[in-house]
Structures are given as structure tokens and as C-alpha cells.
Design a protein around this ligand. Sequence first.
Ligand SMILES: [Zn+2]
Length: 250
Amino acid sequence: MASWGAPVDELAHFAELRHRLRGWVEALYDALLPQECAVCGTLEGPGSLAGLCSGCCSSIERWPGAAEGDSRAVVAARFRPPVRDLVLGLKYAGRREAAIPLAALIASAADPAELRRRVDALVPIPSHPLKRWSRGLDPAEEIAAALADMIGVPCKRGLVRTRRTQAQGQARSARQRARQVAGAFRALGWVEGRRIALVDDVLTSGATASAAREALEQRGATVPRVLAAAGHPWSPERASSRSSRMSRRN
Ligand SMILES: [Zn+2]
């Protein structure tokens, strides 16, 4: 469980410690108990990613190269099963354990040593407080907390979502999506002068991450990395066909 309220330098010390301890505890746990896969429920020894069986691990489609248009972004996998199942389980079924393999996926795509050198803290892109309340958790926060333990970089809340935004599928163009999320975040004071890696579950048009980055930069932070477990290519055609399907259904 992350201690979100402590000063970031204190958190850095504990993140390092938890990172070391985690390796020992996991090795012992895996040696003693078979784990249940977070996607298919198979009981077996661990696959290459924490919380997933080897079958599910091997069916993950890795994201090919850097995310479009943003060299800072590290996207781990395509938004397809079994990663899609993990994201939907975390977001809509309150399955907290799904955050572990999603964080492990980011850790395997990013360079943890480079992150320890280049960033002071992981900051999750927050949901609106009402959404968080109705879901009982914040998906990006769960992933960031698990990732912090895995790579030894502290995580801390650094952003507040100041207003609700429409679902991504409602936007008819990239510009419209950017307008929907512009100014939707406010950064907290502690981020000033800090180097931040933003963490989210799924990166789609990139507009939400850009709005979050701008809020942090306005407060004097730098954002050398944006980390996402999954990527979902977004195009105006796809978004408008999805929103017309939705309006037909309504
Ligand atoms: Zn499985």
C-alpha cells in the first residue's frame, strides 16, 4: 500500500527498500505456493510477469516501438486480451490484483535503471473523484503503486482532476479530444522542480496525458516519461463510428 502523504524524498528511501524486500518475498512465495493467474485462473508456477501464467504471458502482444508522436511515452502492450482483460477487470470489476501484472508489464518495457536515474517520482493520471468513488479504486494509482515497489521509484499523488471529461469515444477528432481534456488537471505544489513519470493504464489519443503533463509543467515540474500498460490506437474514424454505434444503441 503506498503512503501517498509523505514527502517525496522520504518516499524515495522506502521505495528503494520495498523494491529490495519485494524480490526476496516474491522468490520465497513463488517457491512455496503455486499462484492463480490473474486472467485465466490457472494454478501454476509464475510466468515471466508477476501474477500471470506462462500461457497468458506468451499471448501478450507487445507494443511495437515508441508510442506515436511522443518519444517520452513507453507503452508496454496492445490493448488486446489478456492485457485488455486485466485493464477491464481493474477498472470495472474492482480487481486490484490485476494491477500487479500491468505494472510488471510496464517494468518490462521501460528501463527501470534509467527511470531511477531520470525521475524523482511516479505520478498517476487520476480519475475524477466521483469515478474513483463509484469504482472504489483509481486504476492508474493502483498500477503506479505496484510499479513503485517493482522499480524502486516512489509514487505520489501529484495531480487533481478538476472536472469530469466525456469518454474518449465521444470525440470526433483529435482536436476535439484535446479540447475536452484541456485544463482538466491541477498539479499539487510539491511537484515544483521535480522530474515526474506519468503513469496511466491505457494511452489512446495521448490528449489526457498531454493535459496532465501541461498541468505539471505549469507548476515547474518536468515530465521526461509517460508510462502506460496498454496502447489503443485512436483515429477520428474509429472514434466517430464508435460514438455513432453508441448513439444508435441509446
Ligand atoms: Zn493465465
